[in-house]
Ligand binder design. Sequence first.
Ligand code: TXA
Ligand code: MG
Length: 316
Amino acid sequence: MQTLFLKVDPQRPNKKVIDIAASLIRNGEIVAFPTETVYGVGADAMNEKAVKGVFAAKRRRMDNPLLVHVDSWEQASNLITEVPDEVLLLVEEFWPGPLTFIARSREEVPTMVRAGLPTVGLRMPDHPVALALINAAGRPIAATSANTSGRPSPTTAEHVKADLNSRIGAVVDAGDTGWGIESTILDVSQTPFKILRPGALSWERLEKVIPGLISEPTGAQKWRRITPHYQPTVQIVPVKYGDQIAEAARKEVLKGRRTGVVLVSEQELPISLDFVRVIRGGPQEYARVLFDIFRGADQNRLECLFMEMPVEQGLG
Ligand code: TXA
Ligand code: MG
């Protein structure tokens, strides 16, 4: 299959181009598109056969559900049973934006989308291109990050091409995505609400809107992951913010391993390494470049990558 690459302006997407992509969706084909977090790949959420194609294209296990991308809360609410009022407060504050709700699904949502679960994930992306596409398609789009399963999420159309070229109908290319990491997933089908996946929107920001209603996070390792996620091939060694990396990196170099570092604090590096990235823009910039670093590390055939962590708070 030949994949169409359609370039659009991220702020004011050309209507003709969006219409091409939208008619592909309506015809049951699969399209990758930018969101404010990462690129997604999706199909008509109400068309089981099309949805099946999304799983096939990214070689995703069928027991791992997709998120339904909508262009309004109204469209979302047609897919779920009633939710607590607090959800509406969150919608008002954060939609469109990187907050995904897991809620009780209505039967109309194909079970394949939700992998047989009684719940469905709903997301309204804050990206003019994604919103225009959903709107022009006239139906919700079941989508997932546009990487091959097991690979880091794509933050550029080139990343999508590397993973999905000739396996999908089209890629709508609007340049880099904004956040660079995925949406925060909040389960509102039970109380207290629970963050299932930390993402672009921090617990602190959610908590401000509905104090005391979301269980408090307990540290990065403790996040419940629904399925094992992407990981680069390179061995990642997390290093606490401010801890010196040079000595440990030197030991790996002496063992003959291809070694890299990612730094956030000012540090001397009196050694020659295969990969060095310095992140100066704080956690927001860290999030934006994280998956590109993972892909770059693999491309450089690194064996060991020391990553200085941001302070573990908020987006960090
Ligand atoms: O920012 C994002 O959320 C991106 C963009 C493209 O929208 N999407 C994304 O999709 O990250 P994906 O499929 O890579 O990750 C969605 C996660 C998966 O771990 C999936 O298991 C989980 O959401 N999920 C989907 N539906 C669920 C449900 N009903 N209950 C629990 N987890 C669910
Ligand atoms: Mg993903």
